[in-house]
Design a protein around this ligand. Structure first.
Ligand code: PMV
Length: 315
């Protein structure tokens, strides 16, 4: 039997990171230029239930039974079996790989969970819905984040531009115009759980200072939603830059990220901001498609370790 493959894209947050944890809206887009892949093959020579997990990128070759119960891949297996009402698995080998940079705010963890959920459920004969796959990826995100808002698993499972507010129905955004983003990696690793926890402590100590900033970011996401629906890229750029300023006020930017945002503006971007948890990781610049190359080059010259140019198609 040939291997069965499933894929999931990376993602960027356009507006609203951190504020989304405090029930404000946020907007995220799939990034199809990078992706996670899960391949499942039957292993007829092994005993029933023997599951081998291989992840060459991180030199992992183990059996499911030897993984900690809270490991994201172990969680996906448990959740998929439960969702499909299956007790015993046939012997199989799962190979996971990804081109999504790790710990950079591009959703690598959620994408792996989505790809594995899809491959495993299809292998077992009942492909799961986007909604179920998203729920399972949300469960696994606790491992990385502690208290995830749910935006990563949502945008990656549905692979659509989403306007997301915790606890509310997801709105798939229809963008009147395709738009181009340059994503640049600052080269500093960012641990989402740590950054989210640090902000939570600051909010608890000084709510009068931080709560209004979180609310302002919510207002920016609302306005960015309207700009996207109207295809007003100039306005969207201004909103992204304003969002970066607010993230600086929250204390989640870094010297490198601020520098890359400044360089993007100087190179002609319509707007720029950090994207994801911050304190390292990636920044994004909204650009006219004809300016993408010059903005990416300027960011690389200023110390970015990698750039990805992605176009969010009209939907
Ligand atoms: O996974 P990251 O690094 O893109 O961060 C997610 C965005 C946060 O709002 C900071 C956390 C969350 O759970 O939404």
């Amino acid at each position: 039997m040939p291997a069965l493959y499933a894929y999931a894209p990376g993602k960027v947050i356009l507006t609203g990171e951190h504020a989304v944890v405090y029930d404000q809206p946020a907007i995220a887009a799939p990034v199809n230029e990078v992706r996670a892949r899960a391949a499942i093959e039957a292993n007829p020579d092994a005993e029933t239930g023997k599951v081998r997990i291989i992840a060459p990128d991180i030199s992992l070759d183990t059996s499911l039974g030897d993984m900690p119960a809270d490991h994201p891949i172990a969680t996906v297996f448990r959740e998929v079996k439960q969702e499909l009402g299956i007790d015993a698995l046939p012997a199989l080998t799962l190979t996971v790989s990804s081109t999504i940079p790790i710990a950079a705010g591009l959703g690598s963890g959620a994408a792996i969970s989505v790809a594995v959920s899809r491959a495993l459920s299809a292998f077992l004969g009942t492909p799961l819905s986007d909604e179920s796959v998203s729920r399972i990826a949300f469960e696994t995100d606790h491992y990385y984040h502690g208290t995830p808002s749910g935006i990563d698993n949502t945008v990656i499972s549905y692979a659509r531009l989403v306007f997301f507010t915790r606890g509310k129905p997801i709105e798939m955004l229809t963008n009147a115009q395709p738009f181009t983003l340059v994503i640049a990696d600052s080269g500093e690793k960012s641990l989402t759980g740590k950054v989210v926890h640090g902000l939570r402590t600051r909010v608890e100590i000084d709510p009068q200072r931080y709560r209004p900033v979180l609310e302002k970011i919510g207002t920016i996401s609302q306005a960015a939603r309207d700009a996207i629906l109207e295809g007003d890229m100039i306005r969207l750029g201004i909103l992204l830059s304003d969002n970066h300023f607010q993230l600086q006020q929250l204390g989640v930017s870094s010297t490198n990220l601020d520098q890359l945002v400044r360089i993007a503006h100087e190179a002609g971007a319509l707007g720029a901001k950090l994207s994801g948890a911050g304190s390292g990781g990636n920044m994004i610049a909204l650009v006219k498609s004809t300016d993408a190359h010059q903005v990416a080059s300027a960011l690389l010259s200023a110390g970015a370790v990698n750039t990805i140019v992605t176009t969010v198609p009209r939907s």
